[in-house]
Design a binder for this molecule. Structure first.
Ligand SMILES: Cc1cc2nc3c(=O)[nH]c(=O)nc-3n(C[C@H](O)[C@H](O)[C@H](O)COP(=O)(O)OP(=O)(O)OC[C@H]3O[C@@H](n4cnc5c(N)ncnc54)[C@H](O)[C@@H]3O)c2cc1C
Length: 480
């Protein structure tokens, strides 16, 4: 092998880089290593479906080993880089440190939820960026319904039946719409809750929902959500989050047990530890060809890179999968060109073709190549698009089966938060004086915190945050 190409991050950008390199590089010309903290790609646009139980969690991820047969998959966490020595530093799951030598390095480490200094936010809100969060949300919703059903006082019960989403971008809106749809179906099984009803609130700091789509489509989405009884509060922020209430701007206190935070993303924190130039928003500073400024052998793509947007001069590309995919494909060709395997290093020129926002209940809004769609045709288009884009025929087949089953049968209401978190064996009966053994190394040392693989490998077992803590006393409203 003449060259070592290392890709850091196996999400949309990293996966498509590796896939394209497999196609464009001559056989045995280079060793391509893909480093990722889990052995699958998360197909994020389908996370709302997994949260609502219309898709099996395993069917919204793509196993990297199955799809990338000519790439060396290296499971571990990128923790730094030795740029003068051309080495990427990676900690494997059992905590061993490795230095991966590269001739060309592509950074595609993605992003995490962007938080703000709001009291109680980190302790009480849940994000909606990873599979474990999506499944935890579903489990939490069911747990809250179960608890609510056992509560006699309707005022206290209302707390358990109120959901607040913060951030009305497409992730927040799709997540809210799908979960509300799910809840509207399953509440039929909870007689007390059904009589009382649920309350869903969408809080957005800007003056409208979904800045990603045209105002007319956003207005359609807003009408649809309001029609389902969802309260939409634009020009509103949250000021405090506790385990049983949230305070909105102006002092309004909303008693609730679930706050979902979907108010934007920021580059993965490790990006700042690589010693590479970053711009003000923390994304890696790259030129139009996606090469990191001042570093001939390093490239960056996706949510963690500030690739200049060909559609909006002076701005970076929006953090979307469609951009990360195109950047991945092009950066692979640029790297091949750089190594003399053909072609020229070219600038990124892609402009967004369209946007889909699936709202559950066979409704969506979409804008494709200037044409606006809403309702059922948009929903059908969105599903067809995701089916076409899901890597691998096996995954496509599984998606189709899940969607078909969803049309034929009722929703499943089992709360399976315990999967992957087995109870310990009975220590007393086994000899109480035995010291507690250390947990197996591979499940602790270096395991990624954001999407730590649970025993079943999907993060599905990550339990929801306990909803039943003692109640804090909500502060009085300013007007009281
Ligand atoms: C709920 C939701 C819905 C969305 N819907 C859409 C949509 O409909 N259309 C659209 O275009 N976009 C959508 N997006 C945005 C899209 O998911 C991102 O823009 C896209 O994933 C960015 O690709 P990426 O390759 O930069 O990062 P990612 O796909 O996030 O991949 C980053 C990879 O790096 C890995 N990683 C991170 N840190 C480390 C480390 N230290 N060591 C090793 N590996 C690491 C991660 O595990 C991950 O596999 C959605 C996002 C969310 C959260």
């Amino acid at each position: 092998m003449a060259w070592d190409i290392v890709i850091a991050g196996g999400g949309f950008g990293g996966y498509h880089t590796a896939r394209t390199l497999e196609k464009v590089l001559p056989p045995h010309a280079a060793r391509v290593t893909l480093v990722n903290e889990v052995n699958y790609l998360t197909y994020t646009p389908l996370l709302p479906g997994a949260a609502a139980g219309s898709l099996e969690p395993r069917h919204v991820v793509v196993p990297l080993r199955e799809q990338l047969r000519k790439t060396d998959l290296w499971l571990g966490r990128v923790s730094g880089a030795d740029l003068p020595g051309n080495k990427l530093i990676v900690d494997s799951l059992d905590g061993r440190r490795h230095e991966l030598r590269y001739n060309q390095l592509i950074i595609a480490l993605g992003s995490i939820s962007r938080t703000l200094p709001i009291p109680g936010l980190v302790d009480h809100a849940i994000g909606f960026k990873t599979l474990s969060e999506a499944i935890a949300l579903r489990n939490r919703l069911i747990s809250l319904l179960e608890i609510a059903e056992t509560i006699k006082d309707p005022d206290v019960r209302a707390e358990y039946l109120t959901y607040v989403f913060v951030g009305a971008g497409y992730a927040g809106l799709e997540g809210l719409a799908e979960l509300q749809d799910f809840a509207a179906d399953v509440i039929e099984l909870y007689p007390r809750c059904r009589v009382q009803g649920m309350r869903w609130i969408l809080v957005e700091a800007r003056d409208r929902v979904m800045p990603e789509v045209a105002p007319s489509l956003a207005a359609f989405a807003e009408r649809e959500l309001r029609g389902r009884g969802i309260e939409i509060r634009t020009n509103t922020t949250i000021e405090r989050v506790a385990d049983n209430f949230v305070t909105l701007k102006g002092g309004e206190v909303v008693p609730c047990r679930a706050v979902v935070w979907t108010a934007g993303v920021r580059p993965h924190p490790v990006v700042a530890d690589l010693g590479l130039p970053v711009s003000q928003d923390g994304r890696l500073d790259v030129d139009a060809t996606m090469r990191v400024k001042g570093h001939q052998r390093v490239w960056a793509i996706g949510d963690s890179a500030g690739v200049p947007d060909p559609a909006r001069k002076g701005f970076p590309c929006p953090p979307t999968a469609q951009h990360a995919i195109r950047q991945g494909r092009l950066v692979a060709r640029n790297v091949a060109a750089e190594l003399g395997a053909g072609g020229k290093v070219r600038p990124f020129k892609y402009k967004t073709l369209g946007v889909f926002v699936d709202m559950g209940r066979q409704k969506a809004v979409a804008s494709t190549a200037g044409i606006k769609w809403s309702g059922f045709p948009a929903w059908f288009l969105a599903r067809t698009y995701h089916l076409a884009n899901m890597p691998g025929n096996k995954r496509k087949g599984r998606l189709l089966v899940d969607w078909t089953v969803g049309l034929l049968f009722d929703r499943d209401t089992s709360e399976l938060g315990a999967i992957g978190n087995p109870p310990m064996l009975d220590r007393d009966a086994a000899g109480a004086n035995e010291p507690s053994p250390a947990a197996p190394a591979q499940l602790t040392a270096g395991a990624p915190a954001a999407e730590a693989p649970s025993a079943n490998g999907t993060g599905v077992g990550d339990p929801p945050q306990a909803p039943a803590k003692p109640r804090a006393k909500p502060p009085r409203r300013a007007s009281e």
